[in-house]
Design a protein around this ligand. Structure first.
Ligand code: F6P
Length: 384
């Protein structure tokens, strides 16, 4: 599948020699972290396009990098989408190092500098004959979509993230799969915590939002749930643990979001030296373990960091359905020329929002969200 450049050149040759391809051309890219459901979106776009017999759909390999390469690494997708909705990942690959406004370029001295290649990118997409583009990505990718739209590109966004942190849409595909994976792991950690009378901390992803942690804590039946939106205190957590041991129920399962932090503390993470501009969150579960041990926790404490397992594997049925619907909707937006907009899922229906609106606000868990209330009523402590 990955031999994009060869394929692209062959495509061009075919087109030139036979002069038969009068169809309109649509470009698709997946950017940022991968997420279960990306392939279902791609399949939705291609299948909807096929129905019209007027469009050919192409994929840029590794987000915008495929367009910027010489020759471009772009593949025709028309015949490549059979059954892919079941597969995790993305058949056209992705990267978090492909921001065209700050693109890493290696100079002759071997040093990498950042260059704004956005103008070249827009021109190249247009010169290659693409009428429009669909960019499937999270908030970072949709910020880029908006900037490219302002530069004259006919672009449409499809929201993607396991974190569910885009406020313009009630849900993003991939989130439900991530919660299922986390819940399955949580269930396993409960039986081992029970056998050993241990406190087991499970750290989940979610960036600056506690959605995955909150949903998993309720689904799994955690005693304690720690999220970025509610800073925690060690004495409160210890109190909850001691109460549980006193009652003879000698084990505790904690879910902690990677972005959770101590009251008056900082998030735990660091910048990777791999060109990714975002801070890599991770390790707060180990920090909590050390703090509990120091505070004479009445039991052994262990930490499990789930990491990228939450993004892998096959999407659950709901995510396949939501992703397919978003793909079809995005294609319909292309035919209606609704450029500069993003697909959104609101009140059990698909709708559109401007990209500007879509990137305006981060979707934090509100302290009065009904699931916070549910969790508290179920006896889950937020460590506050
Ligand atoms: O945004 C999705 C996400 O999985 C976050 O939950 C996590 O913080 C981050 O991406 C991890 O990024 P990377 O794949 O670059 O390590």
């Amino acid at each position: 599948m990955h031999n994009g450049a060869d394929h692209w050149e062959k495509e061009q040759t075919d087109n030139n020699s036979k002069k038969k391809n009068m169809k309109k051309k649509l470009l698709v890219a997946t950017g940022g972290g991968d997420c279960p459901g990306l392939n279902a979106v791609i399949r939705g776009i291609v299948k909807a396009a096929k129905q019209t017999s007027e469009w050919d759909v192409y994929g840029s390999i590794e987000a915008f990098n495929g367009v910027l390469k010489n020759p471009p690494e772009i593949v025709k997708l028309n015949k490549r989408v059979g059954g892919i909705h079941v597969k995790g990942g993305t058949i056209i690959k992705t990267t978090n190092r492909g921001n065209p406004f700050s693109f890493p370029v290696q100079g002759e001295n071997g040093k990498t500098t950042k260059k704004d290649l956005s103008g070249d990118l827009v021109k190249k997409i247009q010169d290659l004959g693409f009428e429009a583009m669909i960019n499937i990505g999270g908030d970072g990718s949709q910020k880029i979509s908006q900037q490219l739209f302002e530069k004259g590109l006919n672009i449409i966004g499809v929201p993607k993230t396991i974190d569910n942190d885009l406020s313009a849409t009630d849900l993003t595909f991939g989130f439900t799969t991530a919660v299922q994976i986390a819940t399955d792991s949580f269930d396993k950690l409960v039986t081992t915590a029970e056998s050993h009378h241990r406190v087991i901390i499970m750290e989940v992803m979610g960036r600056d939002a506690g959605w995955i942690a909150l949903h998993t804590a309720i689904a799994g039946g955690a005693e304690i749930c720690l999220i970025p939106e509610i800073p925690f205190k060690i004495d409160k957590i210890l109190k909850r643990i001691k109460k549980r041991y006193k009652k003879g129920k000698g084990f505790v399962n904690i879910v902690i979001a990677e972005g959770a932090k101590l009251k008056d503390g900082e998030v735990v993470g660091k910048h990777a030296k791999d060109g990714d501009e975002n801070i890599k969150l991770g390790g707060v579960g180990n920090q909590l373990r050390a703090l509990l041990e120091k505070a004479n926790c009445p039991a052994q404490v262990r930490t499990t960091i789930l990491g990228h397992t939450q993004r892998g594997g096959t999407p659950v049925a709901f995510d396949r359905i939501l992703a397919s619907a978003m793909g079809v909707k995005a294609f319909q937006m292309v035919t209606a020329k609704e450029y500069g907009k993003m697909v959104a899922y609101k009140n059990n229906a698909l709708t559109t929002v401007t990209l500007k609106e879509a990137i305006r606000e981060y979707n934090h868990v509100a302290k009065d969200h009904y699931l916070i209330d549910t969790a508290r009523a179920l006896g889950i402590s937020f460590g506050d």
